[in-house]
Design a protein around this ligand. Sequence first.
Ligand code: SF4
Length: 338
Amino acid sequence: MAGPSLGRVDEPLVDPHGRTVRDLRISVTDRCNLRCSYCMPEEGMRWLPREDLLSFEELERVARVCIERFGFTGLRLTGGEPTLRAHLPVLVDRLARLGDGSHDLALTTNGTTLGLLVDDLAAAGLRRVTISLDTLRPDRFVALARRDRLDQVLEGVDAALAAGLRPVKLNVVVVRGVNDDEIIDLARFGRERGATVRFIEWMPLDGGHTWGADRVVPSAEVLAAIGAVWPLEALPRGSAPAARWRYADGAGEVGVVGSVTEPFCSSCDRIRLSAEGMLRACLFAHREADLRAVLRAGGGDDAVADALRAEVGTKWAGHAIGNVSFLQPDRAMSQIGG
Ligand code: SF4
């Protein structure tokens, strides 16, 4: 499914700290059909008007410059909830055809509509999927997400596995006193289904600014709890956010994302594009570049490449969570994309 012949190929994008950027996270909408309490207020956020969102053509252009000019190896579609963007399989098809087609193409979703869409997404070229699943208890799901949709999420998990997407990862944001008593149940769920569960430390990126370090469950604590039940062996990490562990009994993998207590910024290879076209060199950045303005001013590939290069050139060493200098960004996670 490779696209037309490659045009000009530039030097890889290397930030001021010597890290090569290879992965673009693309938010295709800021809207969501859930209201997860650690992410956004009950009333939701002020949604972007439709015309402010980057079009599929604009998204494809930015992605094409990243893949074909800078040699990116991965694209991830995020949101809000990306499956709420109409005709998403059309975009997946366009992104899958970029370059020689060897790049990774993944989706992060809350799973509620995956059962309806996954076959079309897989046929269009989606390679793998990450589904948010913070609890297996229907009552707690309603309390956390403020919607009664756990059944649909579980159907989405099974549909993704049945569609042959691999790996299927399950993201669990662990919050002390909320769902930390389900760590073993969720790990078992992944073992039984052949899905990789990743336990994520809650990060200060919530729309309500209610985050507190006292409710962060350190990754080391999660691993100790799981390892006490199923012995684990460490796996090589690479630049991925998650530290990976293999079950010694062969029942697959489990991961932890220790953004707060064990930051991994030194190997970060990611940049992000918000749904309205703001380029962010870091999830916690306090600055961003307006790529939509470049695109809608008639800027060509060179202009997009220059804007990418310039913003990556501003990338800091990493977030400063826990330091007195740390300031939570104005944008919430749902307005950036995971
Ligand atoms: S906090 Fe920023 S620099 Fe650190 S891993 Fe995340 S995106 Fe990369």
